[in-house]
Ligand binder design. Structure first.
Ligand code: FPP
Length: 234
């Protein structure tokens, strides 16, 4: 698939790990393990396809409400994945960044995050943003608080510049796997003019061919940003 019409900034809600495992008669955590493998495949594919920025929803601020066993498994899995995937990220010239309230994680995970970010900081290919302990409302409130510390007037531009995604290309496409059709407090400001694509595939079953379907669907859309079809087609 050509890279010409690829979104510059793609976000993915990787949903369906738990159901995928349960359908196989396994524990939900088995699905998360498979989810990490899938993440690697999709990161490498995006790198190849010329996506500049890929933002993945790994852990929402609401996910703390899951059973304690699942939450601690995820924390350990993130530590392991970060350690293991640095090589792959460097091979793909991908830079890792975390967005979200990292201070909510335990020290071990915070250290792994800082190490992984540091070890990929010289890469200038794909920017891989992992949203962890992230919520879109949190992002906006956080940005507004930063602005009011400096300015008396709040503008769209000033909020934009203080969001966790500041400096990244505007969000072009958001994919959600797993069949649900909602954005679940992910990048709610940034998604204002993003195209949305919903896949019924559970995340561990999503693959490069499914990504290609989403990208070709995206490339056939006309993005109008409030204008008329005639205005944007000239
Ligand atoms: C959604 O499935 C997935 C999560 C809550 C987060 C876990 C994501 C991964 C393990 C893959 C990414 C890993 C890294 C390191 C970026 P779900 O549990 O909500 O599935 P369900 O809807 O079937 O219950």
């Amino acid at each position: 698939m050509s890279t010409e019409n690829s979104p510059k900034h793609l976000a993915i809600i990787m949903d369906g790990n738990g159901r995928w495992a349960q359908l196989k008669g396994k524990k939900r955590t088995f699905g998360h393990k498979a989810g990490v493998e899938k993440t690697r495949e999709i990161v490498e594919a995006c790198s190849k396809k010329g996506v500049e920025s890929l933002t993945l929803f790994a852990f929402s601020s609401e996910n703390w409400a899951r059973p304690e066993e699942e939450v601690s498994y995820l924390m350990e899995l993130f530590v392991l994945a970060l350690k293991r995937e640095i090589k792959m990220l460097n091979k793909n010239n991908a830079q890792l960044r975390f967005i979200g309230d990292i201070s909510g994680f335990n020290k071990k995970l915070q250290t792994s995050i800082a190490d992984a970010q540091q070890q990929t900081s010289n890469n200038d290919g794909l920017c891989l943003n992992i949203a962890a302990n992230y919520g879109g409302r949190w992002d906006i409130v956080n940005a507004v608080n930063k602005v009011i510390d400096k300015d008396s007037v709040i503008t769209e531009k000033s909020i934009e510049e203080n969001l966790s995604t500041s400096g990244l290309p505007q969000l072009d496409l958001m994919i959600r796997t797993g069949g649900e059709k909602r954005i679940s407090n992910f990048l709610i400001w940034q998604a204002a003019y993003a195209e949305l694509y919903f896949s019924d595939k559970l995340w561990p079953d999503f693959d490069e061919a499914e990504l290609d379907l989403a990208l070709s669907d995206y490339s056939a859309r006309q993005r109008r940003f409030g204008k008329t079809g005639e205005q944007v087609s000239v």
